[in-house]
Design a protein around this ligand. Sequence first.
Ligand SMILES: [Zn+2]
Length: 302
Amino acid sequence: MKIVSSKELLILAKKRNRAICAFNVNNMELIQAITSAADETKTGVILQASAGAVKYAGITYIRKLVEAAAESISVPVALHLDHGDSFEACKMAVDGGFTSVMIDGSHLPFEDNIKLTKKVVDYAHKKGVSVEGELGQIAGVEDEVSAEHSHYTDPAMAREFVEKTGVDSLAVSIGTAHGAFKYKSAPKFAFDVLEQIQKEIPNTPLVLHGASSVVPEAVATINKFGGKIENAMGVSEETLAKSIPLGVRKINIDSDLRLVFTATLREYFAKNPAQFDPRGYLKEAREQVKQLVIKKLKVFSV
Ligand SMILES: [Zn+2]
């Protein structure tokens, strides 16, 4: 299948009252794991790369790997820039073949965020690329993006933001956070805020960032086989799924894939000390990530 814009997938998700999962990628094995899981569950998926991922793998590698994966499956995929931090970063992604970009101006004053986001929308839409904006700040650390506290998205401002920028989707802050060490205790989500946002902008797909569950089994395996991950805590999938009837159409998952990949490698090395062929352990990690992605897709998308 060809690579489509995120907008196409989000419209499909709305029709079915489900959400599209967006998984972060930076290497071949992750891309293969995610796309084969999507193919097997017959659901579209968004592959997204952050500035850090682009720096790590190179934009051409990412695009060509995703193109190769898309060619071998029968469900649509979108290639999305996660947390673009400037017009230039978004332009580079648009020109580099991404079908969707996020411009994160959430740290800027409201009017400046509107101005920057509108500039990206004007450029991207001319090329058929969809744009995700962000309003309100999401706490935690994700590659180069970090904020100490979250600030809930203001529903009335969300409406003004969408009207003035023309974004295709909006990332909102309702209490989710980036990374694996985001909460000291079980988090509370502002579903009431989400409900108000949906009332203000019923036609705009909403995006939930920081939606990893921080898979407890993976954390336990990492720690059992020599790792040291303390106080990691995420959000249960059941809780996250409650956001879908309230207009959330894109759910971002990154940390869980990293944890399962790492857990698989640690266990493999501990149990197979004489193995040194990357194909052996990467194949195993790829398979475990695939199983995780199938599970996520069944909860949120299928
Ligand atoms: Zn994010």
